[in-house]
Design a protein around this ligand. Structure first.
Ligand SMILES: [Zn+2]
Length: 151
């Protein structure tokens, strides 16, 4: 899934969930957005990977793309660290991470949420970068615009 689609998908999830928590909504949404593309740091050619090459190359070398950095274990582990340092802001962190995993889970390549145990692998029908993904992106943009409008 393209970074831009991840962003708008995360925005949608953020807008639908922020109200359930007593956290600053702006910070909440920002964290969801940033973490919504963060897991692709395991891919040096991804948008975030290209910006943070110094991290993405070693991470890609050790973990591979869509490996441990695309698992619930990474989501839970990082969220735990965020909880220690920033308290309840682990919630938007976890939600952003999860939105990324779900987004990639909708692609043909799919992901294993329980990597490396292969106990919960999901895959969908979206080919990354395809015309179909662009239609989904368009629908996401419209839906987000509507949600922001009625806010
Ligand atoms: Zn990804």
């Amino acid at each position: 899934m393209l970074a831009i689609t991840h962003l708008f998908f995360s925005l949608l999830i953020g807008l639908l969930t922020y109200n359930f928590f007593k956290l600053n909504p702006i910070i909440f949404i920002l964290i969801v957005l940033i973490i919504g593309i963060f897991p692709d740091i395991d891919h040096p050619k991804s948008k975030i990977g290209r910006k943070l090459k110094i991290l993405s190359y070693p991470i890609n070398f050790i973990f591979g793309h869509r490996g441990l950095f695309h698992s619930l274990f990474a989501a839970a582990g990082f969220s735990f660290l965020i909880w220690i340092f920033f308290g309840n802001y682990y919630i938007p962190f976890f939600i952003g991470f999860l939105s990324h995993l779900i987004g990639d889970g909708l692609t043909k390549q799919g992901i294993d949420f329980t990597y490396p145990f292969n106990m919960f692998k999901i895959k969908g029908f979206i080919k990354t970068g395809s015309f179909f993904e662009k239609i989904i992106l368009f629908v996401l943009i419209l839906t987000n615009a509507y949600l922001l409008y009625i806010l």
